[in-house]
Design a protein around this ligand. Sequence first.
Ligand code: HEC
Ligand code: HEC
Length: 357
Amino acid sequence: MFRFRKAAVGIALLGLAGFTGAQAASNFPGIGRDATVKEVKAWDIDVRPDFKGLPAGSGSVARGQEIWEGKCATCHGIFGESGEFFNPIIGGVTPKDMETGHVANLVTPGYPGRTTFMKVPTISTVWDFINRAMPWTEPKSLSHDDVYAVLAFMLNLNGMVPDDFVLNEKTIRDVQAKLPNRNGMTTDHALWPGNEFNGAKKPDTHNVACMNDCAPEPKLTSFLPEFARNAHGNLAEQNRLVGEQFGADTTHPERPLGERPQAVQLTATEQANADAKKILTTLQKNGCTVCHGMNTKIVGPAYSDVAKKYAGKVEYLIGKIKSGGSGIWGAIPMPPQNLSDADVKAIATWLASGGPK
Ligand code: HEC
Ligand code: HEC
């Protein structure tokens, strides 16, 4: 970030600071504009483990207590112990952990739960998170001094700093040096390669899809218990129609996987969800959703309105989608659409049989 800042200052000296127009050189002339120096500064707030990006400031434990009790305790508990809104933040660490940099309770069988300070290996992350995300209902409302102060209080609750401690951009380094789980992080698994591998190490997944002589189908033996299946209502009805998943219909008992060949035993709800998702993908792929909403007019009419108007008229719809048209829904014309016969037929059939549900 430091180097970046220098570049930003360079631009400022050239007298370009604060420009708002599209004059800046661009690979896409006429589209958008470069971010202003101020915009980049507002966005570039990350604080890294080596404290690059950490703004100067300071705050005492006492001031932090006021902030904590006023703005944080409702959700996280007076002592940061609450598990009501999120996992407990404070607790579970000992003076011994501060010496070793490993939290013993992480490997204590039966220890109830894991707090933030049991897990986090870099104090910069906590500073950064509070600064960007807390309080949950008012992110970015704390001044830098207040972030230092409230973090000082949290460290005090953890028994890591004394009551008269003042946290600032210098003393935070001492805190890192005794952060309980500072030695607990590993990137050896290479799932998140660090610099130590020079990008050479690959994640430890070496699976190759089996094409022949494969092991027999696995036998699943764990299922959601019957009593818990519908505990949160019908999952199929709570899924958004994006991605590959549509929730299981939990209103009936689960069938063992072996007895449930795909697409044959889908329930009515599952089938409807799968169909809706398929058509949505087709509409998105062909750029239709840019101009048409399911139930809202955008540039063109809502599909629900189109469906109402042309029930049963598959051929008409195929023709109109391919050739485009104007004057039926307003003055704006629809350009001819270039899409495959299969896609146009699927869309027209869907519209002619009622469209969005
Ligand atoms: C309205 C409820 C609410 C308030 C008020 C609130 N938090 Fe949080 N806090 C949350 C929730 C929920 C999460 C988990 C957010 C997530 O993971 O996206 C969280 C996460 C955190 C975490 C990260 C914990 C972890 O292990 O990832 C920290 C640190 C934190 N809050 C500190 C604070 C501080 C400091 C304040 C007061 C300035 C505060 N919170 C106020 C609800 C709240
Ligand atoms: C650039 C915006 C735009 C795009 C992209 C677009 N449409 Fe349209 N569409 C319109 C407008 C505007 C109308 C209304 C035309 C009219 O009034 O006759 C319309 C009308 C329609 C109609 C009703 C035709 C009629 O005769 O009443 C259908 C069906 C339709 N569009 C389907 C599609 C499909 C399917 C796609 C994607 C392959 C698509 N549109 C892409 C803007 C668009």
